[in-house]
Design a protein around this ligand. Structure first.
Ligand code: 0RA
Length: 706
């Protein structure tokens, strides 16, 4: 930065010590923020935000705004107490400067009685790390009737904290620009920021949180400013003394979050697409033991579904792999429901001894468990799993006690929950019986090939392909269009969808799935034998819509769970049929995506955006309008969008999807089995909203290496 000369004031001595203090951060940023990739860049925001959030959690602030500004600046505003600006005894400089320039000073600075019951900063490192990794930081503090400010360049103060005026406000504003010499990429992802902060908003009850993307839209002036350093600086100057930008700039994209009910609201949010089986969401918040060390917060509601959606947080950090708090939660849940059912005679005589298992009580549950504690321990570096043993007992006792009371006080909800669990018990027993019978040795052997299968002539598996096709009409075209020497067709009806949400072992009771298994020839389970595989290419051909994605998901899950060697052996493929047929006169071309469509149109000398000679139509039927258009103006280009394979005739299907010369197949691979398992978990319903968006956004996904 150009201001380097300014340091030549009376500020040299402390500048040097600051540089030395923060040097390790600039030398090894990865040690402090994990990576200098996008996650690390965004980590700077979380680091600053966590401090403001802690003010809100302590009851000192109730409003936070995170703004993306021109020039790669981020601005985090809160109305908390304001970082103290008076002299700090140990360092001889202001507390503000200490917090921003001394490693680890931020979180611990308050110490006992500062109101930080549980210090955040649990990303670990404090705002000084953000300062060290920023080319420019402006700290503004409204406190004790004054408006104070200090700026830093790569962590070094430009001047001592100065009071620039009086103020009736209180709070802190940190504006920073990540250092482009540290971060190869300094573009922020607004969506990622919104998603992270939404989750945080649920964790702090009744906190008003705004995320605002003011990078480009804040008036023409700002957009102009953004193009030069000077312009950006001018723009920043206009913000001085202001607090919340979203109050003034309603025209700029922004999101407000405010969840009165905290975790209760999060459970309601997670259940928004579900059918709750009872009305009142269970909720408890308690400190254990007696108010000080550990706080436990739990919300629960059962819905009409079979998967469990449990979210876990420790000190506001999301723990996707759960840990001790969830162990305690599950123990208490199982025990409490068993006790209640026993006491109120809900068990039939024969179930009395066994009771509900841990899995039974999890079916259909949506729960959020959040603990806060001073000395926290995670397993592994990523903080994905809580390790602190005290959390287990604390959650077990706080939740167990409160949930038991809830059941007593809400008999209607209790009854509905118990009924739900009883259904789970029945389903478990039925599923086990079904699975046993299907898997029984030889059950699938010696079965005649399914009538739905149009087999190929070749008996050599190496040459043979099995097309699993969605729908009877596509099946019909495929049978007519295929090379019958080597290509076999098995048509699936839409029915298969119905088992999608069911237990995986129920899939085996489905006629459709059984047909797939028998056609492949390998049998399943203990008797699976890959040498009996009848086709070395098994090709899933489904429509490019949500239903098609569902069916493909189901089949992939089947293969993953029961036929992993087939994936590992590279025998499973996905057909990618074209999305568009583009016809100009007699010339026909197929486009497999929108880009290809554009380039084909270009090659035909057409600008699709302003060309009146392009007829776009949905659906594959050769409508009269189309025919007329083609004959009358055969110079026109006709674009037909295929919604399904069934819309293609036999010839088209062969040309585009089946003919090895033209078709596009994607081999399904498991590069990383763990990753794939996660993908399937998302797909198969641990988390319905994300599953939905996953399927929609990856409808064409073929390789599983996402
Ligand atoms: C140290 C001590 C106190 C507050 C803070 C830090 C503080 C830090 C940040 C960072 C962003 N917003 C913040 N708000 C407050 C306690 C001061 C007191 O006792 O009044």
């Amino acid at each position: 930065m150009a201001e380097k000369k300014e340091k030549k004031s009376n500020y040299d001595a402390s500048s040097i010590s600051v540089l030395e203090g923060l040097e390790p951060v600039r030398k090894r940023p990865g040690m402090y923020i994990g990576t200098t990739g996008p996650d690390g860049l965004h980590h700077l925001i979380w680091e600053v935000f966590d401090n403001s959030r802690d003010e809100a959690m302590g009851g000192f602030a109730n409003r936070i705004e995170v703004a993306l500004l021109p020039g790669g600046y981020i601005r985090v505003v809160d109305n908390g107490r304001g970082i103290p600006v008076d002299m700090h005894k140990q360092t001889g400089v202001s507390a503000l400067e200490t917090i921003l320039t001394v490693l680890h000073a931020g979180g611990k600075f308050g110490g006992e009685g500062s109101g930080y019951k549980v210090s955040g900063g649990l990303h670990g490192v404090g705002v000084s790390v953000m300062n060290a990794l920023s080319s420019h930081v402006i700290a503004e503090v409204h406190r004790d009737g004054g408006y104070h400010m200090q700026e830093y360049v790569i962590g070094v103060p430009k001047y001592k904290v100065k009071k620039i005026g009086s103020s009736k406000m209180k709070g802190t504003i940190i504006t920073f620009q990540a250092d482009a010499t540290i971060f190869p990429e300094t573009d922020y992802d607004f969506k990622k920021i919104v998603n992270h902060l939404r989750q945080q908003a649920y964790l702090v009850k009744a906190m008003q949180l705004t995320v605002i993307d003011a990078r480009l839209a804040m008036g023409e002036a700002a957009a102009l400013h953004a193009s030069t350093d000077k312009g950006v600086q001018k723009f920043l100057d206009t913000l001085k003394g202001k607090q919340y930008l979203s109050d003034e700039h309603v025209e700029v994209p922004h999101q407000h979050f405010y969840f009165e009910g905290g975790l209760r609201s999060l459970v309601a949010f997670n259940n928004q697409y579900q059918k709750p089986v009872h009305k009142n969401i269970f909720y408890v918040e308690k400190n254990e033991p007696d108010g000080a060390v550990m706080s436990v917060e739990v919300a629960v509601q059962y819905v009409d579904d079979i998967s469990a959606r449990i979210s876990a947080f420790a000190n506001n950090i999301y723990n996707p792999e759960h840990g001790t708090h969830i162990t305690g939660f599950k123990t208490a849940l199982t025990r409490t429901l068993n006790n209640y059912a026993r006491k109120n005679n809900f068990f039939s005589v024969k179930d009395k001894d066994t009771g509900f298992t841990g899995d039974d009580v999890l079916e259909g549950i949506t729960a959020v468990v959040s603990v806060k504690m001073p000395e926290i321990q995670f397993e592994g570096q990523t903080k994905a799993k809580l390790g602190s043993v005290e959390a287990r007992g604390a959650v077990e006792s706080v939740f167990g006690e409160a949930f038991s009371a809830y059941l007593e006080e809400n008999p209607d909800d209790a009854k509905a929950i118990i009924n739900k669990v009883v259904i789970a018990v029945k389903a478990r027993k039925a599923a086990k019986a079904a699975k046993d019978s299907v898997l029984r040795k030889g059950a699938l052997e010696g079965m005649s090939l399914p009538g739905k299968l149009a087999d190929c002539q070749s008996k050599r598996a190496e040459d043979s392909e099995l097309f699993i096709v969605e729908g009877d009409s596509a099946g019909g075209s495929a049978k007519m269009g295929r090379d019958r020497k080597t290509q076999a067709i098995l048509a699936l009806r839409g029915k298969i969808l119905n088992v999608e949400r069911a237990r995986i072992d129920k899939m085996l009771a489905s006629e459709q799935i059984k047909n797939v298994v028998i056609a492949m020839g390998t049998a399943i389970g203990d008797v699976f034998d890959i040498t009996k595989l009848r086709y070395h290419k098994i090709i899933i051909a489904t429509d490019a819509d949500v239903d098609g994605a569902h069916i493909r998901t189901l089949l992939l899950t089947l293969f993953y769970r029961y036929f992993k060697p087939l994936i590992e052996g590279g025998f499973i493929y996905i057909a990618l049929p074209p999305l568009y047929k583009i016809q100009k006169g007699k010339e026909i071309q197929y486009a497999f995506d929108d880009n290809e469509k554009l380039s084909i149109l270009k090659s035909m000398g057409i600008d699709p955006s302003e060309n009146e000679d392009v007829i776009e139509e949905e659906g594959g039927e050769e409508t009269e309008v189309t025919e007329a258009a083609v004959t009358k103006k055969n110079s026109r280009v006709r674009i037909q969008r295929y919604k399904g394979l069934g819309e293609m005739n036999a010839e088209e299907l062969w040309e585009t999807t089946m003919n090895p010369e033209n078709r596009i197949l994607k081999q399904v691979a498991i590069d990383d089995a763990i990753l794939a398992d996660k993908v399937f978990d998302v797909l198969m319903g641990t988390d319905v909203p994300s599953r939905k968006s996953f399927i929609q956004s990856n409808a064409k996904m073929a390789r599983l290496d996402i």
